[in-house]
Design a protein around this ligand. Structure first.
Ligand SMILES: [Zn+2]
Length: 169
């Protein structure tokens, strides 16, 4: 997570970044604005490191591009901090498991495409290639049949987005 934050045009300081872990089985993630990010347990349980990195790069790109945050957590209540989570997001300022439901209304179509593109730029600055983003999006598409609908409902047009990234040099 921290290498991605450092590769932003307007980097989030690691001690400023917050990651909320939502107790929800759907695969989803969101940018809450002010360097706050949300990921669901479904994402953490099912994604491998690269897939998680690709999804986070997309959300970090939304933050970097100043896309107005539309993520909200309903019925949120802070839980006890779990030590294990710190290893998933080393160096992040605060990590808090949250019981509640992530409600992220989608960004506009063009914002999604720019976030993918900028996410690829952030990945490459951090030493990864666009395959990381492609792999993450393809994985979400494959998983959508069994409960991955969260990310899809807030992030439409997956096929177009994959094709657009493939055309990037
Ligand atoms: Zn997005």
């Amino acid at each position: 997570m921290v290498p991605l934050l450092q590769a932003m045009d307007h980097p989030c300081r690691a001690d400023q970044a917050r990651v909320g872990i939502i107790n929800q089985s759907e695969i989803n993630a969101a940018n809450g604005g002010n360097c706050e990010f949300y990921v669901t347990m479904g994402l953490l349980r099912r994604a491998n490191d690269d897939q998680l990195r690709g999804v986070l790069a997309h959300e970090v790109a939304h933050q970097d591009l100043g896309h107005v945050a539309k993520a909200q957590v309903l019925g949120a209540s802070l839980n006890i901090l779990s030590a294990g989570l710190q290893q998933l997001f080393p160096g992040a300022g605060a990590i808090a498991p949250i019981a509640g439901e992530l409600v992220a209304r989608g960004y506009g179509r063009s914002e999604e495409f720019t976030a993918d593109k900028h996410g690829v730029e952030i990945l490459s600055r951090a030493g990864y290639n666009k395959g990381t983003m492609l792999d993450a999006l393809s994985w979400i598409r494959r998983s959508s049949g069994d409960g991955g609908g969260g990310f899809l409902s807030t992030h439409p047009a997956l096929d177009d987005r994959i094709a657009t990234i493939q055309r990037m040099r």
